[in-house]
Design a protein around this ligand. Structure first.
Ligand code: GDP
Length: 314
């Protein structure tokens, strides 16, 4: 596969998918490869659920539920309502349309197909020209040591609404996980245009991708510029537990701390204009930009700023 002019993005769910969509709409149709976190994946009601992959799938095919921030828009809930009446588990909401994704994925995994092949087929069927790749086809599961004991990721994130205090994060299975060969090859290819670390949670969305053996080393050695967009705006997270976790893990809660967290492979940092003071002391190229993505235009504007910053140092 030729990677000439291609852009590789590392993404979690909601925050990452916003910029991934901007990049997708800005770049030539097949120029984007997205590596998604699968540390949030879990088995629930007998189904294989991949929240970040599906957020990317729905976002890039214009099916995402923007009000909820997860799942599909125009969703119906007959399954959940019926399950509730039977006394089933309903803390993790699965809409009727969304359910089809999980049922079909589970069936194909049980038949022996790789997750990457299934997701590649799904994205083609939904008309997406970008590649959407799980970070590994091997199982990696994020677990958190908290003040309420050791928690599986979705117990922490959804059932307990990120309330527990996080002390340590572990990625079970990561040591034995193999990265996608095409991702490692793209990172080693001098024709790669840029690597974009999307504004995702560094600890539970980007770290799981980085700990897959070979990925971090490939990023460090990569000749293409590695650009990260801050998930912190004005010293706060837009949504989710990023800022809360930074405090709990003993980091300063500001945009600079995210850049320092990525320092071993980062070439350029895109921070919000509101964080000018916070990032002033960093010794790497900084681009200040409006990084809050509300409208489709915001996403595309930020994508253009990211690509221009990368092209300037290439
Ligand atoms: P999750 O897997 O669904 O939690 O999503 P991600 O990890 O991809 O994204 C969560 C992060 O995205 C949080 O730290 C948010 O602060 C950040 N985020 C969400 N929306 C925006 C935005 O519009 N701009 C920026 N810069 N960050 C955002």
């Amino acid at each position: 596969m030729s990677v000439d002019g291609k852009v590789l993005a590392l993404s979690g769910g909601v925050g990452g998918a916003k910029l991934a969509l901007g990049l997708y709409r800005t770049l030539p149709r097949d120029a984007l490869m997205i590596v998604a976190n699968t540390g949030d994946d879990f088995e629930h009601l007998g189904l294989a659920i991949c929240p970040d992959l599906d957020t990317l799938l729905y976002t890039l095919s214009d099916k995402a539920n923007l009000e909820l921030g997860w799942g599909r828009r125009d969703e119906t809930w007959t399954f959940m309502d019926a399950l509730e009446k039977l006394g089933g588990e309903t803390w993790f909401r699965l809409g009727d349309g969304d359910l089809a994704t999980h049922v079909e994925r589970t069936r194909r995994l049980a038949a022996g197909e790789r997750l990457s092949a299934i997701m590649d087929d799904f994205r083609r069927r939904l008309g997406i020209a970008a590649r959407i790749l799980p970070m590994s086809d091997d199982k990696v599961r994020t677990r958190l040591d908290t003040d309420r004991g050791r928690l599986d990721f979705q117990d922490y994130f959804v059932r307990l609404r990120c309330e527990p205090i996080v002390r340590r994060i572990e990625f079970a299975g990561a040591d034995a996980a193999r990265p996608q060969a095409c991702v490692v090859a793209a990172l080693a290819d001098p024709a790669l245009r840029a690597v974009v670390i999307c504004p995702s949670n560094p600890f539970i969305s980007i770290d799981p991708i980085l700990v897959v053996p070979g990925v971090r080393d490939a990023l460090r050695a990569c000749r293409a510029p590695v650009v990260a967009v801050s998930p912190i705006i004005g010293g706060k997270a837009v949504k989710g537990p990023t800022a809360k976790m930074m405090g709990e893990l003993g980091l300063p809660v500001d945009a600079a701390a995210v850049a320092r967290y990525y320092r071993d492979f980062l070439d350029i940092y895109i921070a919000d204009e509101a964080d000018r003071g916070a990032v002033a002391g960093l010794d790497l190229p900084i681009t200040l930009a409006p990084t809050l993505m509300v409208t489709p235009e915001d996403r595309e504007n930020l994508a253009r700023i990211v690509l221009a910053a990368a092209d300037r140092v290439r």
